[in-house]
Design a protein around this ligand. Structure first.
Ligand SMILES: *Cc1c(COP(=O)(O)O)cnc(C)c1O
Length: 413
């Protein structure tokens, strides 16, 4: 009898995003539940008193306390690392916990951070109100003046931070160019500078900053990864040493994720590719048709050829293997914030709520939400205008969505 060939062990890293998100590393036959197990526990029984000693010596199979680690969280982390193409991922309580744990693990008092200026509101306030109290300065570089980075970097620069596409104007930062400038500056100051990218808006399906040399990915899993507006979580992903540093920081700052949120996230990841693909399609369609409405002054969407950063978006979101331009669209209506409010109040399918990335379409007015209480100068610097409506496009029927927006825009006359 011919010897039966042993099949080659498949490498999950070479598989599609959906396959990685659904199966993780579990591609060998084994008995057990198909759905992931929820370890809803704060602490763990020791088989004997040697267990905590084994834990302290680094045995990864001994669990001691859920602020440090939890098997459900660990499963979500290993899938996220596989999806993002990195060594390690850390799942924490929220996007802000990811951002603060990761940044604070690399900087120390006296250091400087260089950042692009248009940021998620929480990040912007963290940089403006919290970091200076810890002796950390943030300097901003315009995405159109990245060549200034080498002259801005000093021996105190420890981190560079970027977010793209930005909230709410959907401007695109050229990641490859930014990283090139940072690495050039690094050689002059002879110091490693850690580059962080907040990838929440694009998600790893549409854009992977790691491919362009970014060190650490940050993402609010509350948004597209979670995708159903029912959980809060955040991800730090990158090389083992950096993620370990963020884990230590998280352990003592306390931003651990609840096991149930990790369980919900594991369920969400199974449909991540399907959802984001549909959101890409719906967003592109909606952006195109809304350009034609008489009460719309401007439509901002990186996938439209009229968008000022369309070519950069194409390079880093599509030509690099990404699937599209994301699910976020911003429109500016004629008539300022009062008109924007009237449109939002007239919508019946789209929901007036903060946040983004869920299956349901959400709208928000930036000057009433993410950019509330900012001075006129701050608003101008962020390119935010009172008549803007930010749309997080969901997975509803596209004709229902388009009709809903047309009907609501018609109330302006
Ligand atoms: C929502 C968001 C965050 C913060 O995430 P939370 O989960 O709310 O803490 C950070 N960055 C971006 C771009 C976001 O949209």
């Amino acid at each position: 009898m011919p010897k039966r060939k042993r099949p080659l062990a498949p490498d999950p890293r070479r598989m599609a995003m959906a396959t990685r998100a659904i199966h993780g590393n579990a591609l060998t036959p084994h008995a057990g539940p198909v759905a992931p197990s929820l370890w809803q526990t704060s602490t763990y029984r020791f088989a004997n008193s040697g267990d905590p000693i084994r834990y302290a010596e680094g045995d990864p199979d001994v669990y001691v306390y859920s602020r440090y680690h939890n098997p459900t969280v660990a499963e979500a982390e290993s899938r996220l690392a596989l999806m993002m193409g990195v060594d390690k991922a850390l799942l924490v309580a929220s996007g802000m916990a990811a951002i603060s744990s990761a940044l604070l693990s690399v900087v120390r008092s006296g250091d400087e951070i260089i950042s692009t200026p248009a940021l998620y509101g929480g990040t912007y306030r963290f940089f403006r109100d919290i970091l200076p109290r810890l002796g950390l300065a943030v300097r901003y570089v315009s995405p159109s003046r990245l060549e200034k980075i080498p002259s801005m970097v000093s021996s105190r620069t420890r981190a560079v931070y970027l977010e793209t596409p930005t909230n709410p104007t959907l401007a695109v930062v050229d990641i490859e160019r930014l990283v090139t400038m940072v690495r050039r500056a690094e050689r002059t100051v002879r110091r490693k500078i850690v580059v962080f990218a907040d990838n929440t808006f694009a998600t790893v399906l549409n854009q992977n900053p790691i491919h362009f040399g970014v060190d650490v990915l940050l993402e609010s899993a509350t948004k597209y990864l979670g995708g159903h507006s029912d959980l809060l979580a955040g991800v730090v992903a990158g090389p083992e040493a950096l993620v370990k540093g963020a884990h230590t920081q998280m352990k003592y700052m306390g931003g651990c994720v609840d096991p149930f949120a990790a369980f919900l996230l594991l369920r969400s990841l199974k449909t991540f590719e399907l959802r984001v693909q549909r959101q890409n399609e719906n967003a592109l369609h909606l952006a195109r048709v809304l350009q034609g409405h008489q009460n719309v002054r401007r439509v901002l969407y990186p996938g439209l050829p009229s968008h000022p950063d369309h070519l950069i978006a194409r390079k880093q979101m599509v030509d690099d293997g990404g699937r599209g331009f994301g699910g976020m669209v911003t429109i500016e209506v004629k008539g300022g914030v009062r008109a924007a409010a009237r449109v939002c109040d007239a919508l019946r399918v789209a929901v007036n709520a903060m946040s983004l990335g869920g299956t349901e379409t959400l709208v928000s007015i930036p000057v009433y939400s993410s950019h509330i209480k900012m001075s006129a100068r701050e608003l101008a610097r962020h390119g935010v205008r009172p008549g803007m409506i930010r749309i997080s496009v969901g997975v509803e029927g596209i004709r229902d969505l388009a009709r809903d927006f047309f009907r609501a825009l018609d109330v302006l006359g």
